[in-house]
Design a protein around this ligand. Structure first.
Ligand code: SF4
Ligand code: SF4
Length: 429
């Protein structure tokens, strides 16, 4: 548990907290009155590139994506009528078409998924599972770039305080086993491992269809990039992403989503979320994806003022949310609220070369030098000279930095920009 105040320690030594008591059942939210769906628009088509206007009727389970059929989509988790469309900009400028839907209480199910399953089971999972709870990206199995030999199932959440996937591991082991078997059957990875810290895998016996790998309780042992380095001994680089090293990561909740979808023929609608209030108390909630996060916070009586901070994800690597109308998505593992009195804002002060970031970095990156190149936008130099790709994105450097430099955000932006430039360079090669 992180003590309050949250910020201001000179050294960071955090441990994942075990679920020592029985997990309280999650509180279920009803079908929302209004839902919001963010439909990816990677080609910047704008509203005219989609078939959804005010008045369009949507069914539960209906696939929502660009008219061209290209690119990823999401699916509606409600039946209702579109009342508004707008352009939404996500992290790093990713574009979405935002659909607001007035919901009806009874579901009318679309046949999109069952028909896709009948036609091609693998393609159906590729098209729908990225939008299912846990947001599995199984596309590397099928893109033909690198053979995938290993599937790693995260049986716990990489960030602190978040217990969504650990809760799935503890309460849904049979569904997890079934999902692993089905994914093996459809995509055929040679090796599957389930990873969790501490003694959380003690109930996994020899019949479980995956190798149980225990990692230390010390943060950030469950971060995928840490598992790549410490467990798999494979080291990502600019031209060798995790998938290009033959590995796919999948959260436990996503595997259970696959099991539910394949065994029932219906897509799961509800996302499991860890809700963390201003005092650090944690509760679990189940809400349909598309539910405004304001509805989730209200369910637990959490009030937010004008300068409080709402974070999607955990305290170390989560991202700020700027509107209570933003929806729960397939990736919303946690919602955390920080009181305005406890927020330490990042700054544009220069690095004072104190070395705290270097001392705390689990990947031994020379962060004080790296940050100079990142601040100047010299991303390639940062990768070539100061091991940008050794960073496991734990956020410890940002946490300890007395100059309040948003180092993790710089690092993520740099990797995003370099990765975005990669296909264009390959095309030109
Ligand atoms: S550079 Fe920062 S975010 Fe990256 S591994 Fe080191 S401490 Fe963590
Ligand atoms: S980046 Fe921050 S923590 Fe690192 S040396 Fe500079 S001031 Fe210190």
């Amino acid at each position: 548990m992180i003590k309050k105040p949250f910020f201001g320690y000179a050294t960071a030594n955090f441990r994942y907290e075990l679920l020592s008591k029985a997990v309280a059942p999650p509180a279920s939210l009803p079908v929302p009155q209004q839902a919001v769906f963010l439909v990816p628009d990677p080609d910047d088509l704008g509203p005219s590139g989609f078939d959804y206007q005010v008045g369009t009727r949507l069914k539960t389970g209906q696939l929502l994506r660009a008219r061209s059929g290209n690119g990823p989509g999401v699916y509606s988790t409600v039946t209702g009528t579109v009342t508004d469309t707008s352009v939404f900009l996500g992290n790093y400028g990713q574009k979405f078409l935002s659909l607001t839907v007035q919901c009806q209480q009874e579901d009318q199910w679309s046949e999109d998924f069952s028909q896709a399953l009948e036609k091609d089971r693998q393609q159906a999972l590729l098209d729908f599972l990225g939008a299912a709870p846990g947001a599995a990206d199984l596309s590397p199995f099928a893109d033909g770039q690198t053979p995938i030999d290993t599937l790693v199932v995260l049986g716990a959440d990489p960030d602190l305080l978040v217990e969504t996937n650990l809760s799935v591991l503890k309460s849904d082991l049979n569904a997890l086993a079934r999902g692993i078997e089905l994914i093996k059957e459809v995509f055929g990875p040679q090796s599957v491992m389930v990873v969790a810290p501490g003694d959380n895998l003690q109930n996994v016996d020899s019949h479980f269809p995956a190798r149980a790998i225990t990692v230390p309780l010390d943060y950030p042992a469950v971060q995928p990039l840490m598992i790549m380095q410490k467990v798999l001994k494979r080291f990502p680089a600019q031209d060798k992403t995790i998938a290009r090293l033959g590995v796919v990561f999948c959260k436990a909740e996503a595997v259970v989503s696959a099991a539910a979808a394949l065994t029932t023929g219906r897509l799961p609608l509800e996302k499991l979320i860890t809700v963390i209030d201003k005092q650090g108390n944690r509760k679990l909630a189940r809400a349909r994806m598309g539910t405004p996060i304001g509805d989730v916070l209200r369910r637990f009586g959490i009030e937010t003022g004008s300068r409080d901070r709402i974070i999607a994800g955990g305290p170390m690597a989560g991202t700020a949310i700027y509107s209570l109308a933003q929806p729960v998505t397939a990736e919303t593992d946690a919602l955390m609220v920080q009181d305005r009195a406890e927020i330490v804002m990042s700054s544009d002060y220069p690095c004072i070369n104190c070395g705290d970031c270097v001392r705390n970095c689990p990947a031994h990156v020379q962060v004080n030098m790296l940050v100079r190149f990142l601040e100047a936008g010299q991303y390639q130099e940062a990768a070539d000279m100061y091991e940008l790709y050794a960073c496991v994105e734990c956020g410890l450097c940002s946490y300890v930095c007395p100059a309040r430099i948003p180092i993790l955000q710089y690092i993520k932006l740099a990797k995003f920009e370099l990765e975005r430039s990669l296909p264009a360079e390959e095309d030109n090669a």
